[in-house]
Ligand binder design. Structure first.
Ligand SMILES: [Mg+2]
Length: 336
């Protein structure tokens, strides 16, 4: 009988394997959250309950909504901007605001020329990109509106520094500025980048909440306080929790609600996303951020196969995640 030798991986090899699982889990988790949440985007949670009882899987965009042209498993602007940010990092080998802004502008020009390709880019991003198109520098293009657009796309920056949230803060802030210069938006972006950075390193949810609140507090105290409140609110049932946290498109609502979905179900990726997409309000962005954090924490194996199989553009997103790992692996501290 032939004996198949066991393949023994070195400690470093097994750590690299784990990170690759987590990087793909993060970006696929984020896109899956967006694609699942797009069907309920803009609905009240009570209307979701009446119409569907509960949403569990992909579905087409609702007729009459601006997602109506999207098929099951297709994602929205959240994932488009995440991919643009990730590709800019891969092209430059690091975050570069000029490179990122150039790519935002390229996409803006596509969707202004062909509006049928616009997957719900928000007013804040569109206004800022218009300024870029008019020749303004990225330092001057950002809109002063406290929406969540820079938080929803920031997960690639969290991945760059696993377990080192302090290293992500200034990069996340810079990544917000071309479109979102309001302190609340910046606070949301730095909080999510920090959370992804910690989740990918298996840091426990209580510490993730505390550290995300501390970093957000440098830019917006109200958002920091709401994240901090999750220590208690995470134990409150969904319907009451979301009425406390809010689910509007503002960073002050989306980021705490996304962190709630994760912190309430830290070991359950499907439940994290089902909680998010039934929350009402900005469900695609809440689920996008919750999916990024949960996917980074649990890895791609925690994601149901049917969601992976049904996601648009899965292979490209996997490829992007692994390319990000090739950059981030130089920032890993292997002795920890
Ligand atoms: Mg969207």
């Amino acid at each position: 009988m032939m004996v198949i030798p066991m393949i023994l991986l070195s400690n470093k090899q097994s750590i690299c394997y784990m990170y690759r699982q987590k990087f793909t889990g993060c970006l696929l988790g984020s896109a899956i959250g967006d694609a699942l949440g797009m069907q309920t985007e803009g609905m009240e949670s009570t209307d979701i309950k009446v119409k569907y009882n509960m949403v569990f899987d992909y579905a087409p965009g609702r007729p009459g909504s601006y997602n109506e042209k999207l098929r099951p498993g297709q994602y929205t602007d959240d994932t488009e901007q995440t991919i643009i940010l990730a590709r800019s990092i891969i092209a430059a080998g690091k975050f570069d605001a000029d490179e990122f802004s150039k790519r935002l502008l390229e996409h803006y020009e596509i969707i202004t020329t062909r509006p049928e390709l616009n997957r719900g880019w928000g007013t804040t991003s569109l206004t800022a990109c218009k300024r870029l198109a008019e020749g303004k520098r990225w330092q001057d293009s950002g809109e002063d509106s406290p929406t969540c657009g820079s938080a929803m796309r920031v997960s690639p920056i969290g991945l760059l520094y696993p377990g080192r949230p302090e290293k992500t803060e200034d990069i996340a802030r810079s990544s917000s500025l071309p479109t979102h210069k309001n302190p609340e938006s910046i606070a949301g972006a730095v909080a999510v980048a920090a959370a992804v950075s910690m989740a990918v390193k298996n840091i426990n949810p209580d510490t993730i909440i505390q550290t995300a609140a501390d970093i957000a507090g440098k830019y917006d105290k109200k958002l920091a306080d709401k994240i901090q409140s999750l220590e208690k609110v995470r134990h409150i049932p969904e319907i009451n929790a979301f009425s406390i946290l809010g689910t509007s498109i503002m960073a002050n609502d989306v980021v705490p609600s996304a962190l709630y979905c994760f912190a309430r179900n830290p070991l359950d990726f499907p439940k994290t996303l089902i909680t998010a997409i039934n929350a009402g309000g900005d469900t695609d962005s809440i689920a996008c951020i919750a999916g990024a954090i949960s996917g980074a924490y649990l890895g791609v194996d925690a994601i149901p196969q049917k969601w992976l199989d049904g996601l648009e553009n899965r292979k490209e997103i996997e490829y992007i995640a692994l390319e990000l790992w090739e950059i981030a692996k130089h920032n890993i501290q292997y002795d920890v």
